[in-house]
Write a protein that binds this ligand. Structure first.
Ligand code: KIV
Length: 271
């Protein structure tokens, strides 16, 4: 019997039980009420209100421009659509790096104004004080290591991280530190599968991979990518489960031509 089928509401404890039982954790992003309802109804364990909203919802090139107010707007819309999944929200760029007090007040705003269940924060030992302060306030924190998109201008490229020993070693130390501080899980983005397996092995909390191989305790994808709404974005790690761009585009073209041809609305579609 799987752990998740028995639970009415997923909590961080449920995730730990799933990890301990060897049951994989499913996580997906959502940014609005309608999409969140569909995702939740499909049995998702964690819904991430990612700062990828900056890319897929607002059309920015990076995740840096999205603001705390915008994240709270997306998160509160998601929360209203969710009955069962754990809703986690990204702390956006510039709302936690200054100092731990700023990090705590950003996290509190997210929890209070959106009704979400926890926050995710990018980085390792450098942000230990902030992570610790947020946790002390009783807010669940998820870490995020490897390719951390808020640091894209430092990395210079979206290629695989931690391929070399020094960066891999630092990532392991960061993961152990986040666990020691009390994070309930860690996202590992775009790192070699072997390293993700080693990190998963040395930790007792769940790891959630994106482009990090199958040994992680769970997987996360951006919903627009896996549904094929983001036409042309096809990195190697992505499995595309639908081709919604073409389906939606085709439906909309049909509507345009029906309106032009005066075949919509017909007699049955009017009062
Ligand atoms: O913002 C986001 O969608 C994320 C996932 C890619 C993990 O952080």
């Amino acid at each position: 019997m799987s752990v998740h089928k028995e639970v009415k509401r997923i909590t961080t404890n449920t995730l730990q039980e799933m990890r301990n039982a060897g049951e994989k954790i499913a996580m997906l992003t959502a940014y609005d009420f309608s999409m969140a309802s569909i995702v939740d109804d499909a049995g998702m364990d964690i819904i991430l209100v990612g700062d990828s909203a900056s890319n897929v919802m607002a059309g920015h090139e990076t995740t840096l421009p999205i603001t705390l107010d915008q994240m709270i707007y997306h998160a509160s819309s998601v929360v209203r659509g969710v009955k069962r999944a754990l809703v986690i929200v990204d702390l956006p760029f510039g709302t936690y790096q200054g100092n731990s007090k700023e990090a705590l007040s950003s996290a509190i705003r997210i929890m209070k104004e959106s009704g979400a269940h926890g926050v995710k924060i990018e980085g390792g030992v450098e942000i230990a004080e902030s992570v610790s302060r947020i946790l002390t306030a009783g807010i669940p924190v998820m870490g995020h290591l490897g390719l951390t998109p808020q640091s894209i201008y430092k990395f210079g490229t979206y290629t695989v991280r931690a391929k070399h020993e020094a960066e891999a070693q630092k990532l392991k130390e960061d993961a152990l530190k986040l666990q020691e501080l009390g994070c309930f899980g860690i996202v590992l983005e775009k790192i070699p599968a072997k390293l993700a397996a080693e990190v998963t092995e040395i930790l007792s909390i769940p790891t959630i991979g994106i482009g990090a191989g199958q040994a992680c305790s769970g997987q996360v994808l951006v919903i627009h990518d896996m549904l094929g709404i983001n036409k042309g974005f096809k990195p190697r790690f992505l499995r595309q489960y639908a081709d919604l761009y073409d389906i939606m585009n085709g439906a909309i073209k049909n509507y345009v031509s029906d309106v032009k041809a005066k075949s919509f609305p017909n007699e049955k579609e009017q009062y």
